[in-house]
Design a protein around this ligand. Structure first.
Ligand SMILES: [Zn+2]
Ligand SMILES: [Zn+2]
Length: 240
């Protein structure tokens, strides 16, 4: 499976546009997933083109939460390819859901954790304030958890992924929403990751530079620097 960060506010390779928001493409043998869409559809589509990802290959769009820096690119994306299922937490506004369905796309609301496609799962809707889902991928040697902003708490979301899937977590990356947290709090969160058995960590988007530095210190060689254009290859598990 190949993971490509197509939208992030951390600069990466030249030629890619850096902007506030997050989006990641997951390419599997049978399915291509777009997780979040960034804030601006023109930037999303330009970055995808630059990275050689054809929007027409996407089958499933999963939106972590309602914020514009994760959903703002959806309209332009659906104008290019509406032959997709758009998976959202049920708390999304009715108007948003209607607008998705009006494009011809199929809407899938997920309250509980469930399978979305081969090797692709969701935590389901979490949180009491800003509701959010995280994506869980079955890879080898372990699970990959991708968070949008992790508003319900990144440790809580990882713990829920672990509870649902009952497996070793190889990598967690995405927005951890840790801006403005104290250093001791950030260290406690990185250590909580280690206690959950998370082998590699890659905070990006709304995690903050301080959180990136703390995770880099705690995780050492197992810190995964995630920026716009980052590409990760993972093997698929032998058995489903
Ligand atoms: Zn965000
Ligand atoms: Zn957010």
């Amino acid at each position: 499976m190949r993971l490509t960060v197509v939208y992030d506010n951390n600069p990466g390779a030249p030629g890619l546009q850096t902007a506030w928001g997050f989006s990641c493409v997951i390419e599997l043998p049978e399915t291509t997933v777009l997780f979040d869409t960034g804030g601006d559809g023109r930037i999303l589509l330009a970055n995808m083109a630059r990275l050689g990802i054809d929007p027409a290959t996407v089958d499933l769009v999963a939106l972590s939460h309602i914020h514009g820096d994760h959903t703002g690119g959806l309209e332009d994306f659906l104008a290019r390819n509406s032959e997709v299922t758009v998976c959202v937490p049920p708390s999304f506004p009715a108007e948003f859901k209607r607008a998705v369905q009006a494009t011809g796309a199929r809407l899938l609301e997920v309250s509980a954790g469930q399978r979305l496609a081969d090797h692709v799962y969701t935590t389901g809707e979490m949180g009491t304030g800003i509701r959010e889902q995280a994506l869980i991928l079955q890879a080898e040697p372990g699970l990959v958890v991708i968070t949008g902003c992790a508003h319900p708490g990144v440790v809580e979301m990882v713990a829920e992924a672990k509870r649902l899937m009952d497996g070793q977590i190889e990598l967690v990356f995405g927005g951890f929403h840790l801006g403005g947290q104290s250093r001791s709090r950030l260290e406690a969160i990185a250590h909580a990751f280690q206690e959950l058995g998370v082998r590699r960590a890659g905070p990006c988007h709304c995690s903050g530079d301080e959180a990136r530095a703390v995770f880099a210190g705690v995780y050492g060689d197992n810190y995964e620097p995630i920026n716009i254009g980052t590409r990760l290859e993972l093997a698929l598990p032998d058995t489903q």
